[in-house]
Ligand binder design. Sequence first.
Ligand SMILES: Nc1nc2c(ncn2[C@@H]2O[C@H](COP(=O)(O)OP(=O)(O)OP(=O)(O)O)[C@@H](O)[C@H]2O)c(=O)[nH]1
Length: 213
Amino acid sequence: MSVLCRHRRRRAARPRESARSVMDQISAAGVAYNQDLTHKTILVGDSGVGKTSLLVQFDQGKFIPGSFSSTVGIGFTNKVLTVDELKVRLQIWDTAGQERFRSVTHAYYRDAQALLLLYDITSRSSFDNTRAWLTEIHEYAQDDVVIMLLGNKEYGVIFLETSAKTGLNVDEAFMTVAKELVRRSVQLPIEPRFHLHDLMEPEKESSGCCGFS
Ligand SMILES: Nc1nc2c(ncn2[C@@H]2O[C@H](COP(=O)(O)OP(=O)(O)OP(=O)(O)O)[C@@H](O)[C@H]2O)c(=O)[nH]1
């Protein structure tokens, strides 16, 4: 079995519940989560990596294929997620990936509580550019911002690969960020770094491991 195929097989696996729920952790710590909080969450990454598509899939459960129309400026969608028994309010900002809008996007980083950095797994350059995106994030965002890199497992941040087309891991991505936001909001102790295998079920025999969606 090649490394490549093992990797692709993992992409198709579904997350499993973490051993201890956020609710359990909050109860054990004797703290309370304010469900009226709204967490500003921003999608960033190169133009064309699928930020708008991911948000549309998450919000409306659909993928609109066809001609690519670049986002101009910035806009947001409000979503309320249920994490265990808690309501977690996300205000999700979809930014324009094009270079000419970069200074506008930077202005929104400062009060962001979560940043989802996307790259396109079929675009080497969009992956290469994640390094520059992270540099900008560290320059403009708060130190304790939750960063999730979608499409890559490097840089020591939360990792999931997604497909806006099929919906693969779309819910899981936002649920993972929401859980982390709850944990940080109530200042639960820092957990050991997130590991990809913690989300995965044991590997099963699979076929068709190497197709892109
Ligand atoms: N096959 C496939 N195509 C996708 C996926 N996600 C996005 N696309 C396509 O990629 C193109 C760009 O997607 P967008 O969501 O507009 O990209 P964006 O990152 O918002 O781009 P900007 O607004 O310029 O920053 C569109 O043609 C989408 O249909 C995916 O998961 N699979």
